[in-house]
Design a protein around this ligand. Structure first.
Ligand code: PT3
Length: 412
């Protein structure tokens, strides 16, 4: 007997059911790639110099808020980044701020705290019932921090690590570093007479000569006549070499375990909590420095060798695609261009989470203090200097914290 053809109404209802199922699957990430969790690490916005060279006629008093402070341009840059983040994640984030889903941490420095706040003003303007003043479309969003001596996550480089100090001096003596430095030797000799800064230390040349000149040029100050285009280029290249040699050039993996790997570890732990459904977090934002961004990117081996621009942002996105988790990374280092996709060496741009964790495992510290070779003598010395710099009250408070809240973090 031949099967009778389905009546049209029954066929239509079957088709509708199928379409609804497809929609459900798409919406729940069964078929489509679904964003699950985002971590952002960014540099603060434009600032005044932190210090300058002795011969600089432009002194601290030339800057409206003195040295090291976020400028109005810096506020605008972070507001713009906040707007971009809002757009990029408009479907992923709730309409308004939700404290269970969002966490922001900054270093305890005015410029990073203020950058985070400017960013959040654009990212989470109040909407609907969260509007508390119709004339001010802004709402307070918490920005967490820890004091700088306690910061074992964002305030890179962690210098109170004896093994890292050893690696730094080995780097300076290494053939590779000397080879890269060689073309600049004569130029470096000319700097003390011009600038009044008498050290050949690259980090000093960066922070005390190149950086203030850069800040001054952004703010249209007249530069000294010796600061020609060619001189500025050489100073920039030496600053880039300083940053590269801080985290790389010699024993990069071991350095990363003591520096950027700490942050990679934290990010992976957050990601794991999300995949194990033990966290409702959707977005974690870290407001930090050029040395934080580059330390992270060096640990992930995706650093481009350039000084990270103001408000540049490293994106780490976790996706669920057909039941499998993937990590994707992007770097936003210019506003006119969509963030550049980054690929972890050994993987594809969209990297299966298991493979990602396996590839970064060599830079995750197992026991940071032990790997830094911190001895009890070193700890005692540090306690003495904390006592001197903070006074007995703060010292006892920090010591208590060290023993209770921060096992393994503040144990240097
Ligand atoms: O500009 O990103 C930056 C620097 O890291 C800055 O914020 C800083 O803290 N520098 C300290 C070393 C001089």
């Amino acid at each position: 007997m031949n099967a009778a053809p389905l009546p049209v109404a029954r066929a239509a209802s079957l088709l509708l059911g199928f379409l609804l199922l497809l929609l459900f699957c798409l919406d729940h990430g069964v078929l489509a790639k679904e964003l699950k969790f985002v971590t952002l690490v960014f540099r603060h916005g434009d600032r005044s110099p932190i210090e300058t060279f002795p011969n600089d006629p432009i002194k601290e008093s030339s800057w409206p808020q003195g040295f090291g402070q976020l400028t109005q341009l810096g506020i605008q840059q972070h507001y713009e980044l906040g707007e971009y983040i809002r757009k990029r994640y408009s479907k992923f984030l709730n309409e308004s701020y939700n404290h269970q889903q969002i966490y922001i941490r900054s270093t305890d420095v005015d410029r990073t705290l203020m950058s985070a706040m400017a960013n959040l003003a654009a990212l989470f303007p109040p909407e609907g019932t969260s509007i508390w003043n119709p004339n001010l479309l802004w709402q307070p969003i918490p920005v967490h921090t820890v004091s700088l001596p306690e910061d074992r996550l964002l305030y890179l480089p962690f210098r109170n690590c004896p093994r890292f100090q050893e690696l730094e001096s080995e780097t300076l003596k290494s053939e590779e570093f000397q080879k890269r430095l060689h073309p600049y030797k004569d130029f470096i000799e000319t700097l003390p007479k011009l600038s009044g800064f008498h050290s050949q230390d690259l980090f000093g040349i960066w922070s005390k000569i190149y950086d203030p000149l850069y800040c001054e040029s952004v703010h249209n100050f007249t530069l000294p006549t010796w600061a020609t285009e060619d001189t500025i280029t050489k100073l920039r290249e030496l600053s880039e070499l300083s940053l590269l040699s801080l985290y790389g050039i010699h024993k990069q993996k071991e350095k990363s375990r003591l520096q950027g790997g700490v942050l990679v570890n934290e990010i992976l732990n957050d990601v794991k909590s999300v995949t194990q459904a033990s966290s409702d977090r959707k977005l974690v934002m870290y407001s930090a420095h050029d040395t934080t961004l580059s330390g992270l990117q060096m640990a992930l081996e995706v650093y481009n060798g350039k000084l990270p621009p103001y408000a540049s942002c490293h994106f780490m996105e976790l996706y669920l695609d057909k039941g499998q988790y993937f990590m994707e990374m992007f770097y936003r280092n210019e506003t006119q261009h969509e963030p550049h996709p980054l690929t972890l060496p050994g993987c594809t741009h969209s990297c299966p989470l298991e493979k990602f964790a396996e590839l970064v495992a060599p830079v995750l510290p197992q026991d940071w203090s032990a790997e830094c070779r911190i001895t009890s003598d070193h700890q005692e010395l540090k306690n003495k200097s904390l006592f001197v710099s903070f006074g007995p009250g703060t010292f006892m408070f920090l010591l208590k914290k060290q023993k209770s809240n921060f096992p393994g973090r503040f144990d240097t």
